[in-house]
Design a protein around this ligand. Structure first.
Ligand SMILES: [Zn+2]
Length: 103
C-alpha cells in the first residue's frame, strides 16, 4: 500500500512540475521526470526556474542581435533565420548544474 501512495505522490508532483516547466517554455518531460524523481524539490526547482535566462539563444548573423533560438525571424532587422548550428549557452549557471547532476 505504501508503495502505491509513494507512486501516486511521485506522479502527482511529476505532472505538476512538468506543467510548470512547460508554462515556462521548457520541456514537460524533463521537468516531469525531475518532479517524479524529487517530488518536492523538483516542483520547487520548476517554480524557481527562470526561463528568460535558461533559454538557448543565438546571434543574428545580420545585425548581431541576440534572439531566442526558436525565433524564425530576427526581431530587430527582420532577416530570416535558419535553424542555428551554434547556440549561445544558457546563462543561468544553476540550471546547468541541475542538468548535469542527474545522479
Ligand atoms: Zn537581425
Amino acid at each position: 500500500m505504501a508503495g502505491g501512495i509513494y507512486l501516486f505522490v511521485c506522479v502527482s508532483f511529476g505532472l505538476a512540475a512538468g506543467i510548470v516547466g512547460r508554462i515556462k517554455g521548457s520541456s514537460f518531460v524533463l521537468w516531469a521526470l525531475i518532479g517524479a524523481i524529487l517530488p518536492v524539490l523538483g516542483l520547487i526547482a520548476a517554480v524557481l526556474y527562470r526561463y528568460e535566462t535558461a533559454e538557448l539563444r543565438r546571434q543574428c548573423p545580420q545585425c548581431g542581435k541576440v534572439v531566442m533560438l526558436y525565433d524564425a525571424l530576427c526581431t530587430r532587422c527582420g532577416v530570416e533565420l535558419d535553424f542555428p548550428e551554434v547556440a549561445v549557452e544558457a546563462v543561468d549557471p544553476t540550471l546547468r548544474r541541475e542538468r548535469g547532476a542527474t545522479a
